[in-house]
Design a protein. Structure first.
Length: 470
């Protein structure tokens, strides 16, 4: 695999001003030298380099002292400037300013472990030091213990952001919150406390992932649905306005499309079929109003059927892949509503991370809405059969039972052309791999109870929800 191509693809948004396509040798190693970073890579002002290299100053200022048979020279590089050296006896880099970072593209593997770091380490370290400590961006994530929050907070920490997280742990677990997040266990329904957290932390950007996402159940818990998904969102919007947040990224849902014509496109007029979809669409409209009145920048994502690690598999009402894994581990039959012919596109959470981050890097995304998810769709029955096959290979003997049909959109999947164009979104979901990774993760989790919600309407409640769990 060409490491240079990996570098350009992954970091184009950050380092796109540099063009390495004409490097006059095959790049076999990329590493960096830095002053002013808090990690275990080499420090100090000097480093000896003895191979053919392109040196690029990313920040600060560097003086390069080079010597060959023709004599000794000094070259000064400012940010964005580069230098190619060949056939040198030696070169010394003097990092003249604090927080100076030099990128080195090498023609040899170069075996001095003190100076060399593999690409993943380089990328993580470079992002950590890309700004001064006082200039690091602070991102506040609601629902930080949930699927999106737990995964995206890890992504942000790895890429040099300060992260504050809020979660009431009603649908997630503290163990899912990564070390490094400043965590507040509180309920967003508490407007005063939410305002206090915002005033104390002064986040630059906010990702509002917190929600109770259950289309079918929302018909029977209207008050809970609108409190969790509208009232709490209103408190977040208020806090963003009152504390001059630069941008709010809101996680909506494919549920806003309702019985629209798939594949759903962002330009379609929403027509939600359940209170959950209504709640999400209400917040979308309120964001437009807040922008018009107060100038609050925002972007909206509409993900669908996203699966991955840290998903709550102990939720009785939502996250069907997780529910099935839990049922198999508990020696219960997996449950399919109706005949299983419903069509969905399950999406790996990992492919959502970089597009999500790009929403705060690219001002062109302000006021825009994006579908995020997989292009590959299947029937629920096919997904169930795949899971059964995987779990059988792991020594389980799962069975499948069909339950009564419930009120839901039968065919639901999205078009993602806009996200591909604006966010460089690439989805390579492999549902088999996702299920296997989730099963590995689930095997390591402690035993947890399955929680019931109190139904506000019991009339026409489905039989399989009418019986409480033990």
């Amino acid at each position: 695999m060409d490491i240079l191509k990996i570098f350009k693809r992954v970091d184009e948004s950050m380092l796109g001003v540099f063009d390495f396509s004409h490097t006059p040798f095959e790049v076999k190693r990329i590493f960096y030298i830095t002053s002013g970073s808090k990690s275990n890579c080499v420090r100090g002002k000097h480093a000896h380099l003895k191979c053919k290299q392109v040196l690029v100053c990313l920040s600060g200022q560097v003086e390069i002292s080079v010597e060959n048979k023709e004599g000794k020279n000094f070259i000064n590089l400012d940010p964005g400037q580069s230098f190619l050296h060949e056939n040198l006896e030696w070169a010394v880099l003097n990092l003249k300013k604090k927080n100076t970072t030099v990128l080195c593209l090498c023609s040899e593997e170069y075996d001095k472990e003190d100076y060399i770091r593999d690409y993943d380490d380089f990328k993580a370290e470079l992002n950590k030091i890309k700004t001064n400590e006082d200039e690091r961006l602070k991102v506040l994530i609601t629902g930080v213990a949930g699927l999106f929050g737990a995964n995206f907070s890890r992504h942000l920490l790895e890429n040099g952001y300060d992260v504050v997280g809020i979660d009431n742990l009603s649908g997630g677990y503290h163990s899912s919150v990564p070390e490094g997040v400043k965590f507040y266990q509180t309920d967003l329904e508490d407007r005063k406390l939410t305002e206090e957290i915002f005033a104390r932390e002064r986040p630059d950007f906010v990702y509002h992932f917190a929600a109770y996402a259950s289309e079918g159940l929302s018909r029977f818990v209207r008050n809970y649905n609108y409190t969790s998904n509208v009232l709490c969102s209103a408190n977040i919007i208020n806090a963003c306005i009152n504390n001059s947040v630069k941008k709010l990224v809101f996680t909506s849902s494919m549920a806003v499309y309702g019985f629209g014509e798939p594949p759903f496109k962002e330009g379609q007029i929403p027509n939600p079929d359940d209170p959950y979809g209504v709640a999400k669409y209400a917040v979308e409209m309120d964001l437009a109003i807040a922008n018009k009145m107060f100038g609050l920048d925002y972007s909206i994502i509409r993900p669908h059927n996203v699966v991955g690690l840290y998903q709550n598999i102990w939720d009785r009402y939502r996250n069907v892949i997780g529910i099935w894994i839990r049922q198999v581990l508990n020696n219960e039959p997996i449950t399919v509503f109706g005949d299983g012919s419903q069509i969905r596109a399950f999406s790996d959470i990992n492919f959502c991370m970089e597009p999500l981050e790009k929403l705060i890097k690219d001002e062109r995304t302000n006021g825009q809405t994006y579908n995020i998810g997989s292009d590959e769709y299947c029937t629920i029955d096919d997904a169930a059969d795949l899971l059964i096959e995987i779990m059988k290979s792991r020594g389980h003997e799962p069975k499948k039972v069909y339950m009564a049909k419930r009120e839901e959109v039968h065919v639901a999947y999205c078009d993602h052309d806009k996200a591909k164009k604006h966010l460089s979104f690439v989805d390579e979901t492999n549902l088999r791999n996702v299920i296997e990774k989730m099963a590995d993760w689930a095997d390591e989790q402690p035993e947890r109870p399955v929680k019931d919600l109190e139904y506000e309407i019991e009339k026409k409640i489905y039989d399989y929800w009418a019986t409480k769990t033990k």
